[in-house]
Design a protein around this ligand. Sequence first.
Ligand code: FAD
Length: 530
Amino acid sequence: MSSDLVHGRAPSGPFTQPESITDPDRLASYLDDAAHVPGGYAAALVEPRSERDVSEAVQRATRVLAIGAQSSLTGGATPRGETLISTARLRTIVDLADGRLRVGAGVTLAEIDAHLARRGALYPPLPTWHGATIGGAVATNAAGAATFKYGTTRAWVDELTIVLASGDVLDLRRGEARADEQGTLVVQLGSQTLKIPVPSYRMPDLPKVSAGYYARPGMDAIDLFIGAEGTLGIVTEATLRVRTTRPATALAFVTLTDRKVALELVGRLRNAAMQSWRTPGARGIDVSAIEHMDARSLAIIREDGVDMRLGVEIDAGGVMGLLVALDLPSATAVDEACAPLAAMLQEFDVPDAIVAAPDDHAAIERLLALREAVPLGVNQRIGRARRDIDPRIEKTAADIIVPFERFGEMQALFDEELQSRGLDGAVWGHISDGNVHPNILPRSVAEMESGRDAVLAFGRAAMRMGGSPLAEHGVGRNETKQKLLREMYGDDGIEEMRAVKRILDPDWKLGSGVIFSRVHLRKQHPQRNR
Ligand SMILES: Cc1cc2nc3c(=O)[nH]c(=O)nc-3n(C[C@H](O)[C@H](O)[C@H](O)COP(=O)(O)OP(=O)(O)OC[C@H]3O[C@@H](n4cnc5c(N)ncnc54)[C@H](O)[C@@H]3O)c2cc1C
């Protein structure tokens, strides 16, 4: 039953006195994340083994940054002088009697997947990179390809243990504490009562949003910490809901030569999937994800010879590649189960799909590698530009979501912006959610700067279309993303987030500068979504 009150407690477990590593050589490999923003530096690194270790480390340091696998694409896991608290040694995995899974924050999603696979179960909201930790995934409310069918991390987290900036610990269980009618979440820490005002901005209603603190009237206290990017507390453990069965999933890759037709096909596949979920048992098309690669992404695959290496033929006139994940009904032959999809492709006059059956692991790996070759190829090109042209060149990318019905419009805008600015860029992502990642391929610092403006234009257009410029990667320390967040909720919205942080972290100890800056910047943006 909901008590509307969260009680803190003292940390439990042994204090193992983890070493505070300050040796620059040992710190060197922790100074950036997957956004590769240069200039990271850290005071120290601590690798706690227990909840009490985390609490002690937080209390001893002036500023801390929690890190998992540092796969952040926003610079949120790049230190700026803090003590790094790595969750690498928080590695418990416990199967609960009711089937759920209790895991330490440092357990990776790949490990969770492998563990559950042994009992035929599944934790579905996996981001594309499974090396990320569950702590990082909770902190960013990570999503991914299969969000279309299963939702984001938020939907699968039942309980969290959080170490606050004070060193106190919260055990949050979904359904136990909600915001009251005044819009306040109440946390009791010993004799101290913390009254946290839920921000009043309206979050867009979309399949995935990783844009600052979650806020809804009557919201569950646990949701405040999911997606807070480590700025309100450090996740030490999480209890996850899991699916007791693991569907057999086939992959089908098709290349289309007409973008309009491709979008129509995606729309039909989405509708067919939703119809299948409404009528379990019907032999329809049960799609859990549709991944998308635009013409430039396909060209990158060809330029890098990945198609030849993997033996996957890509139509030279292809303007869109689609990788469809198809959940198959049990006890049905693959051909029979794929027949409705084949019929739909025929209707759209799409040449034969390259299909990888669920048990053909090599073929599945090949198609996944084809998809991954796009970000890999883009990152290599940026790395070469940084090395050969200018060391200041950085990854410049957006993480846009729009209601699927507006995706065609968004696509036209990507074209327009890139063409009018003379920029090279590739767009790929999770089209089944209307969520894609336009990436700029800068050939100079000027192009990178123009690319940043393009990212702002994409984000603003997404907001106009009822979407979000921040979908699944979070905000981190990326200036452009922070600017877009401010435009999304207005200066007052950011101030409301600051008010939440000030109550839970008055000394601004945790992840300072992540999501928003400490100081109030001058008023300059209209308030949206209020
Ligand atoms: C190739 C590639 C593909 C990706 N694909 C996707 C995708 O499909 N979907 C998606 O959502 N993301 C994706 N990402 C981004 C990234 O993997 C996710 O954001 C992931 O959730 C980060 O997990 P991590 O363990 O690496 O966290 P880190 O990068 O270490 O940290 C990320 C943020 O979380 C905070 N944090 C980390 N651990 C904790 C903790 N225990 N408690 C509190 N705060 C914490 C950090 O301070 C930081 O702000 C991708 C990244 C790469 C490199």
